[in-house]
Design a binder for this molecule. Structure first.
Ligand code: PEP
Length: 257
């Protein structure tokens, strides 16, 4: 953690929870936030955005979606645009999550288009990058990260990317219970920051928030967040229960002071 960057803890609810459980979880998270909480966001399924947004009104918890489409409107059955997400009350959006890359054909090119649409519509984009186990074992982690970052971020000016957040999510650590060690995460985060420095300059890189994601839990968050280039967490499984998510949030509040 670095006190210049405000920590962000984002929950990714994936394709879980019915509407009643979503509202109840959102209310419990909002009610349990400490006064000095970091920035907190929950990314719900599209169907829950409206009810969760309503439940979060007047609270400090921000609402995000898990994906968006880049066109504003049109004959694109099944898609939801960044414009529609903003209209539905979203403040943020996940882009390029590894499950989208793995199962739904997301590429660096579509990530860039979605990032452009998110920025144009005033949504805080959380762009996810990360290597598979095979790529790590082949010694290609940095190459993969560099390709994903260059693909998504080149062609913008640093001021256009002022709200950008990157999430480093090693694919082998997502939903597997295997967490990157703090040292592995720090090494990747530092590489991401240096790559962003090369692309967009010192000021941009120094202010860029980089989240770690991959089996973050109450019992490992403290050691992960003690690394200097980890600025928060993107949390899947442990964000589905208020007590575990709030424990993760509260750690960040303690170090952010
Ligand atoms: C995620 O969904 O982005 C994630 C990191 O999941 P989990 O925390 O369950 O590994």
């Amino acid at each position: 953690m670095n006190s210049l960057r405000r920590p962000l803890i984002a929950g990714n609810w994936k394709m879980y929870l019915d509407l009643a459980s979503s509202v109840s979880l959102a209310k419990s998270v909002a009610a349990g936030l400490p006064a000095d909480a970091p920035e907190v966001m929950v990314a719900t399924p599209f169907t829950a955005l409206a009810v969760v947004g309503e439940a979060l009104k007047g609270t400090k918890v921000k609402l995000a979606a898990q994906d968006c489409y880049w066109e504003k409107e049109g004959a694109f059955t099944g898609q939801v645009s960044a414009f529609q997400l903003k209209d539905a009350g979203c403040q943020g959006v996940l882009i390029g999550h590894s499950e989208r890359r793995q199962f739904f054909g997301e590429t660096d090119e579509t990530v860039k288009k979605k990032l452009t649409a998110a920025l144009e519509n005033g949504l805080l984009p959380i762009v996810c990058v990360g290597e598979t186990l095979a790529e790590r074992e082949d010694g290609r982690t940095f190459k993969v990260l560099e390709t994903q970052l260059t693909g998504a971020l080149s062609g913008f000016g640093p001021s256009q990317l002022a709200t950008l957040v990157i999430a480093y999510e090693p694919v082998w650590a997502i939903g597997t219970g295997k967490t990157a060690t703090p040292a592995q995460a720090q090494e990747a985060h530092l590489f991401i920051r240096k790559t962003c420095q090369r692309l967009h300059g010192d000021g941009f890189a120094a202010g860029l928030r980089i989240l770690y994601g991959g089996s973050v839990k109450p019992d490992n968050v403290d050691s992960l967040m003690s690394e200097p280039d980890l600025d928060g967490a993107l949390v899947g499984g442990a964000s589905l229960k208020a007590d575990s998510f709030l424990r993760i949030v509260k750690f960040s509040a303690a170090v952010a002071k």
